[in-house]
Design a protein around this ligand. Structure first.
Ligand code: ADP
Ligand code: MG
Length: 398
């Protein structure tokens, strides 16, 4: 789960990371009011969306008066901000953060990530902050400093000092840099984050180390331990298809093609999508119903996959171990009887109770296309989608 910049700053500041003074607003008028409350004579208005690259996309604006703040906010609220991280559909702006503008000398990049190959928390830093890390690694790879944390001893102070030296932090600021690094690490560890990124971390003109931006991502599977963080979830920033699925306890990934996939297990989902591509199609989404899916759960999954208007054919691919083919079949029949769908449905079942499952499908009298293997299923789904496209070419462009 991602959170907003202002929320990440508030969390990190509890761990000793210093951030500029700022305040959140839900309307342009409130943004103006917030600036007067903060005081000072220069402010930054920042669109709060779950994506970086806002600066280059017009989502971060320097303002000299509250009128300018109101005008800048008016141009943001209700719009979709498209940055290189949002995809072409962008993310809606419903909150802006008004912050004191801070004059600075240097911008540093700082990231804490889970490095899967070393199975450790890795600190990635660079003296070339301000740019995105992808750009830094392309243009200034030598500036990148990496350091991993040995889990048995944790993040040691000498390690933090080493990073500060590698970044050429002035000696007088080493202690502050160490506190910032350790604060980020503690926040990462204690809050079950999977990513903490400060870009830029700056050295201000009056010699302080300040986080001007902050980003945090959390491990969804650990959110139950942090109800206050779970509350920070902002559904306006999520793919609505994915948040509807999450609310129903289903794993759903929205994609851009036309074949909806209902499968059990992430590995089978990957194989199913590969096979669809091999057969010349594109998956519209995939929904993992998990192990032990009841007919009700399958019916729910169906409704969700079909709520995506791009779906022109559905492929159900179940390899039942813990699952039962008869339950899945019952769910499919239930869903299609309650809500007849206008698209072809291809079903491939294998494993536990497969005979019973196939019998249920056959006896239902529903126009379900049976498949004998995964390749067969993918080919039939692609053929069904192509047929549909040939019948109704207009639909495709909508
Ligand atoms: P993003 O990474 O989404 O583009 P940032 O918060 O990093 O957004 O802001 C973009 C740039 O704007 C920063 O690299 C920094 O140069 C400048 N900036 C952001 N916040 C402040 C601030 N409070 N004072 C001065 N400059 C700022
Ligand atoms: Mg940034």
């Amino acid at each position: 789960m991602d959170i907003h910049e202002y929320q990440a700053k508030e969390l990190l500041s509890r761990f000793g990371v210093i951030v500029p003074q700022g305040s959140l607003a839900y309307s342009p008028e409130q943004a103006g009011y917030r600036a007067r409350e903060l005081g000072g004579d220069r402010w930054i208005v920042k669109a709060q969306v779950h994506a970086g690259g806002r600066g280059k996309a017009g989502g971060v604006r320097l303002c000299d008066s509250d009128q300018e703040i109101i005008a800048a906010s008016e141009s943001m609220f209700g719009r979709k901000l498209v940055t290189h991280q949002t995809g072409s559909e962008g993310k809606g702006i419903y909150r802006v953060y008004v912050e004191a503008a801070v004059p600075f000398e240097r911008e540093i990049y700082l990231g804490f990530v889970l490095d899967r190959s070393s199975q450790r928390v890795m600190i990635v830093a660079s003296s070339e902050g301000g740019m995105e890390i992808e750009e830094i690694s392309a243009k200034k790879p030598d500036s990148i400093v990496r350091s991993t944390v040995e889990p048995a001893v944790g993040f040691r102070e000498f390690q933090a000092r080493e990073i500060a030296f590698a970044l050429d932090i002035p000696a007088a600021l080493t202690q502050q840099m160490v506190r910032t690094l350790q604060g980020c690490y503690r926040a990462f560890r204690d809050l079950d984050a999977t990513m903490v990124e400060i870009n830029p971390l700056v050295i201000t003109s009056d010699n302080r180390i300040l986080a001007l931006d902050a980003k945090m991502t959390f491990d969804d599977n650990a959110l139950f331990r942090h109800p206050q963080i779970a509350e920070l979830r902002d559904k306006s920033q999520e793919d609505p298809r994915e948040s509807r699925a999450a609310d129903r306890g289903l794993n759903y990934i929205g994609l851009v093609g036309n074949i909806g996939c209902i499968v059990n297990g992430a590995g089978l989902a990957m194989a199913t999508m590969d096979t669809i591509k091999l057969a010349g199609g594109e998956p519209a989404n995939f929904l993992d119903i998990g192990g032990g899916a009841t007919p009700e759960r399958v019916a729910k999954a169906f409704r969700l996959v079909l709520s995506d208007g791009n779906v022109r054919a559905v492929l159900v691919n179940i390899f039942a171990g813990i699952n039962r083919c008869d339950w899945v079949a019952e769910g499919v029949v239930k869903a299609l009887t309650a809500n007849p769908v206008g698209v072809p449905v291809v079903v491939r079942l294998a494993g536990t109770n497969v005979e019973e499952g196939l019998r249920i499908l056959e006896n239902s009298g529903l126009p379900i296309i049976g498949a004998t293997s995964l390749m067969d299923a993918a080919e039939q789904a692609v053929a069904a989608w192509k047929n549909d496209q040939a019948r109704d070419p207009e639909e495709e462009t909508s």
